[in-house]
Ligand binder design. Structure first.
Ligand SMILES: *Cc1c(COP(=O)(O)O)cnc(C)c1O
Length: 405
């Protein structure tokens, strides 16, 4: 037996690389949208592990899949294929525009595959000159060096030496800024169909359609990063389905595993064929344990009633947050879609989103931020209405404390 180590927040500072600054609270178990810490304090979870826990904590379907697969086979590597991976791939293909799937272990890795595929496709089909990637300011695509450089926050990619090249950034919701950059040298335009980390910014339909048209005009691929928006988060299985625009490549992760690490890149057969044998890969990608849980999550979320529930729950959040704001006047706007919502702080509270998060935590509520000025909500897609009401009541107390501080 190993020695029993006493775990406190201080131990984090002692043994962990200091790239995160976690809260003092250390959760130890969760059930649905409730979480308990080491001292048995209870929290309502509006954070969902950053838009990951789409079915809350320990959903019986996921626990069952994990246990069943856990007693069969965990890992094989891609020297062999496996049943859960092929089943999940088949379901992704049957329910989306895609014809082919590549599995990874995270959103960043799914995007890395997408960007490499776009570059390889362009090289094979159009030649060496077509390497430009257009992305958007404030965009977030992951933390690998390629994906973080494609992302639109230079602060995250600076300071690591020479960056991958030929990546430019247009302005989100500004079609003219895309027009100014795009040419026959553009191999792909990468966008989130609602910017998450960048501030919960929804695109206009006009903008998304315009980007699609520009991609067609200049023979560039349109890549949708649906790592945060996918798997029901905005009320459709994937956000593109509500926008009336189909991408050439789509990446999905976060909610795809409902809390188990998995990511995937979806595309058409014509594009997929450029990732030939040996061009790309991953030891764990398509791991049977991850795919078994992913399949259970996918089956559960891909349900008309559940997805309709997301829209109904959005309405509850909007009503509740608006009522809080009518009283305290702390938000200039409630924005977002489905269960990815942002409350934008007024001028007076600029830079204080993290303070609101901490105040909420003190009241027994987990929320997120998106940048310094936005409180973000990304709860379970099946959070009970009573938990929404109870959580909003706790949030109101936190807001009152902030206002009266
Ligand atoms: C979270 C996120 C990623 C990165 O996913 P990881 O699993 O952290 O690598 C990429 N794109 C978007 C839009 C995200 O929200």
């Amino acid at each position: 037996m190993s020695d029993k180590i006493s775990v406190t927040r201080d131990l984090f500072d002692e043994v962990m690389v200091p790239n995160y600054s976690p809260s003092a609270v250390i959760p130890v178990r969760g059930q649905g949208s409730r979480v308990w810490d080491q001292h048995d304090n209870e929290y309502i979870d509006f954070a969902g592990g950053i838009a990951v826990n789409c079915l809350g904590h320990c959903h019986p379907n996921l626990v069952k899949a994990l246990k069943e697969q856990g007693e069969k086979i965990w890992h094989l590597s891609n020297v062999m294929t496996n049943e859960p991976a092929l089943r999940l791939a088949k379901k992704l293909v049957d329910n989306t525009f895609a014809e082919k799937v590549y599995f990874a272990n995270s959103g960043g890795e799914a995007n890395e595959a997408a960007f490499k595929l776009a570059r390889r496709w362009a090289l094979d089909v159009h030649g060496e000159e077509k390497t430009q990637i257009i992305s958007f300011k404030q965009a977030f695509h992951g933390r690998t060096f390629f994906t973080v450089t494609v992302g639109g926050q230079p602060a995250y990619s600076d300071g690591f030496g020479p960056k991958p090249g030929d990546i430019v950034h247009a302005e989100y919701n500004n079609l003219d800024s895309v027009k100014a950059l795009i040419s026959e040298k553009t191999c792909a335009v990468i966008m989130e169909p609602l910017q998450g980390e960048g501030g919960i910014i929804a695109p206009t339909t006009e903008f998304v359609k315009g980007v699609r048209e520009l991609c067609d005009q200049f023979n560039a691929l349109l890549v949708f990063d649906e790592v945060q928006t996918g798997v029901g988060r905005l009320g459709a299985l994937y956000a593109y389905m509500d926008l009336g625009v189909t991408p050439d490549i789509l990446t999905t992760a976060k909610a795809l595993g409902g809390g188990f690490p998995i990511g995937a890149m979806l595309t058409t057969t014509a594009i997929a064929k450029h990732l030939k044998i040996g061009t790309h890969g991953s030891t764990y990608g398509g791991n049977p344990l991850a795919c078994a849980v992913g399949e259970a999550a996918f089956d559960t979320v891909n349900d008309e009633k559940l997805l309709a529930g997301v829209k109904a729950k959005e309405a509850l959040y909007r009503e509740g947050l608006t009522a809080i704001n009518d009283k305290y006047k702390v938000f200039s706007e409630i924005r977002g879609k489905g269960l990815l919502l942002g409350a934008v702080l007024t001028e007076q509270y600029q830079g204080q989103a993290k303070a609101f998060l901490n105040a909420a935590m003190d009241e027994g509520l987990m929320v997120l931020v998106a940048g310094a000025n936005i409180v973000r909500f990304a709860p379970s897609l099946i959070i009970p209405d009573e938990d929404i009401q109870a959580g909003l009541a706790r949030f109101e107390k936190a807001v009152a404390k902030m206002v009266n501080a």
